[in-house]
Design a protein around this ligand. Structure first.
Ligand code: CA
Ligand code: CA
Length: 237
């Protein structure tokens, strides 16, 4: 199953197949191996250099400091971003597309003496510039959006959501039973073939809240949804 970024999902949905095109990292942040830029806010540029050590390993130099790390596959360079425009630092992100569109991003900051790791993001991050990073990930037929925030000690931590928005509507091609609760014991309704169903949210543990054409809300498991609705869901190959 291939990853499909949210930003390109809606315009290219055509039946069950989704065309996949992506440019990463963001166009305003080109990939580099060397840079001379001020990332500490003192108007003196830092000398930044990335070395690919093979087997996914890399070494990042910023002035006299170095740090080593490992990705799933070799890095293709770093880019510079600004996680929070209200502080004086900018961040160096070591990037690899990964073996199957994993899009790894390892974030570092430099305090003037040492390079410190801030976080490791997979797939498609959106840097809002206010300390919040939204990360989109493809979940088979929908896009999950996770939120990360910059803490006081400058690491990125995830802010979990109880439920994740799905927002995918499809057609039922085999009867689909919805349950009253996520125990899956008491049926609520069985959606008839040919009717529309809107998958509203996921508990990220395999259960989805589904709205029937008749405005009933009930729970279904992912495998049941896939069986009953697969031909109308935006599946990737
Ligand atoms: Ca500087
Ligand atoms: Ca900043």
């Amino acid at each position: 199953m291939r990853w499909l970024p949210a930003s390109v999902l809606s315009p290219v949905l055509s039946g069950p197949l989704v065309v996949f095109a992506v440019s990463l990292p963001p166009k305003d942040a080109p990939l580099m191996w060397n840079a001379k830029e001020d990332i500490t806010g003192d108007n003196k540029p830092e000398i930044i250099r990335l070395v690919n050590l093979g087997n996914g390993k890399f070494r990042l130099h910023i002035n006299q400091a170095t740090v080593e790390g490992r990705l799933l596959e070799d890095t293709e360079g770093f880019y510079i971003t600004d996680v929070n425009r209200a502080d004086k630092y900018r961040e160096v992100v070591v990037y690899s597309p990964g073996p199957s569109d994993d899009y790894e991003h390892v974030l570092f900051w430099f305090d003037g003496q040492r390079i410190r790791k801030m976080g490791h993001l997979m797939r498609v991050p959106k840097y809002l510039g206010n300390g919040i990073v939204l990360v989109d990930d493809w979940m088979g037929f929908w896009v999950i959006t996770r939120k990360y925030v910059l803490t006081k000690n400058r690491t990125l931590i995830e802010v979990p959501q109880e439920f994740y928005y799905v927002g995918v509507t499809g057609k039922v091609s085999k009867p689909l039973t919805l349950y009253q609760t996520r125990q899956g014991k008491k049926p609520l309704a069985t959606l008839r073939v040919g009717s529309k169903a809107e998958i509203l949210l996921s508990d990220s543990k395999g259960w989805y809240l589904v709205r029937s054409e008749n405005r009933l809300l009930g729970w279904a498991r992912e495998d049941a949804i896939m069986k009953a609705m697969w031909s109308s869901l935006p599946l990737a190959d």
